[in-house]
Design a protein around this ligand. Structure first.
Ligand code: PMP
Length: 439
């Protein structure tokens, strides 16, 4: 395709049917920037659409408060109160904001080591390595673990950061049906040619890549079965716990804690600080030798600037708040999140909505099955002072559009009831009750 001057344009136009819809949804988000902490309730500016929708006026007078079901603030630590904020402020005073150097140069402070030890202790791992961005933790570390001669068997619903990392790695990637253990095992068997002794396998290693809670589905990985398959075929597990650590399990330690699995069974445990811990960055936890390997070989150790002091202090403070069962507030938050998630999901099901995912997941997708309903629902709720996210292609398949509610420990039952009432009204207008009411 060429433009009027006969050149191939630098970027695609927004004319294609599906891209036009993505553009509209995104323009909508860009046009109502938030003006407060992303708490249970959040201040947003009202929509002001101009030209293509990308430019917006930040008119202070047009603010309004919404109940926020769109942030991953599972435990409420993103809010600017309590011990985490105090620790972050103290860190700015003592150490400033930017580290201004990569980890392998002058960017490793005592606090970086303290953070890595805290993460390892929290997860019951030998050691950990922490990086400034969760997305890059997957996409830049996977190429250090997989490569030519590696077979990676990856869940079809894995996050974009895992997919990018696998593409960069050059490994052979086979995709199995979501959470389907027969499909996973079939691909491994086919890959390693059944019956061959380990030394004759066509692949040097086999890695199973899965997530704890799948971010678009709200489903939980069938981890005990994945571990059994790993053992049977001598494979390795790469587990992304971005949405599950802090958000589930009797001690808030993620799906391992939930299923009572020994951390040693998971070869690479990845997670982020951007969700339950209300901060920024990501980590990989595992054996000392794995972490040493990443310290030496990962691009993340040598090229990007290391994490900043207040960000690390926030994480250490929130993890300590969870680990300190006597004086900390973490366990109360975890139990509140579990209660809120179950209550909200149950009420939606009773309303007649089709709700995907596991009962214990704080990610609650409500199915819409139609592009046009995404905007109708998000706007309908927004007009009733509820912020939520609509998700469609390419994050989901076409005709599997949904809205995804993220429940938080910061939500009170009154807030959740207000959302349910608003949804009941909007559901009546746009017809999203597909299943019969449960009595
Ligand atoms: N893994 C998963 C499963 C995610 O959902 C996300 C982002 N939501 C990431 C990794 C990337 O993490 P971050 O947003 O902290 O960069």
């Amino acid at each position: 395709e060429t433009n009027r001057k006969g050149y191939v344009p630098l970027y695609a136009s927004f004319e294609s049917f599906y891209l036009r819809n993505i553009f509209r949804r995104q323009a909508d988000c860009f046009n109502r920037p938030i003006v407060s902490v992303p708490g249970g309730k959040t201040m947003v500016t009202n929509r002001v659409t101009q030209d293509h929708g990308w430019t917006f006026k930040m008119a202070d007078t047009e603010r309004k408060e919404v109940i926020n079901l769109a942030s991953y603030n599972y435990l409420g630590y993103a809010e600017n109160s309590g011990p985490c904020t105090e620790a972050a402020i103290e860190a700015i005073h003592k150490r400033g904001l930017g580290s201004t150097s990569p980890r392998s140069e002058l960017g490793t402070s005592v606090q970086h080591r303290k953070l890595e030890q805290t993460v390892a202790k929290f997860l019951g791992a030998e050691d950990s390595i922490c990086l400034g961005m969760g997305f890059a933790t997957n996409s830049l570390n996977l190429p250090c673990l997989a490569g030519k001669g590696t077979l990676v068997v990856s869940d079809e619903r894995n996050h974009a950061s895992l997919i990018l990392g696998l593409r960069l790695s050059g490994a052979t990637v086979k995709v199995f049906k979501h959470n389907n253990m027969e499909s996973l095992e079939r691909l491994i068997r086919r890959g390693i040619i059944e019956g061959q002794p380990r030394t004759c396998r066509p692949y040097k290693r086999v890695i199973i890549a899965v997530e704890g809670i799948y971010s678009m589905e709200g489903s939980i990985v069938r981890l005990p079965e994945v571990v059994a398959i790993k053992r049977k075929y001598g494979a390795y597990i790469y587990l992304d716990e971005a949405h599950s650590v802090g958000a589930m399990g009797p001690n808030g330690r993620g799906v391992l804690d939930y299923f009572g699995i020994n951390p040693k069974d998971i070869d690479v445990l990845m997670g982020t600080f951007t969700k339950s811990f209300g901060s920024a960055g990501g980590y990989i936890a595992g054996s000392k030798s794995l972490i040493n390997h990443l310290r030496v070989n990962s691009q993340c150790s040598h090229y990007p600037i290391s994490m900043s002091a207040p960000v690390m202090s926030q994480i250490i403070a929130s993890m300590n708040d969870i680990m300190d069962k006597e004086k900390g507030d973490g366990m109360r938050r975890i139990n509140q999140l579990a209660r809120n998630s179950r209550y909200f999901r149950q009420k939606l099901q009773q309303m007649g909505c089709i709700v995907y995912g596991h009962d214990d997941s704080p990610v609650v997708p409500v199915m819409l099955f139609m592009q046009a309903k995404i905007t109708a629902l998000v706007h309908g709720l927004y007009d009733r002072n509820i912020a939520t996210i609509g998700v469609g292609y390419p994050a989901t398949e076409i005709a599997a559009e949904r809205t995804r509610f993220c429940v938080s420990a910061s939500h009170t039952q009154e807030m959740l009831d207000e959302c349910l009432q608003a949804l009941e009204e909007v559901a009546g207008e746009i017809h999203i009750k597909y299943s019969r009411k449960k009595r």
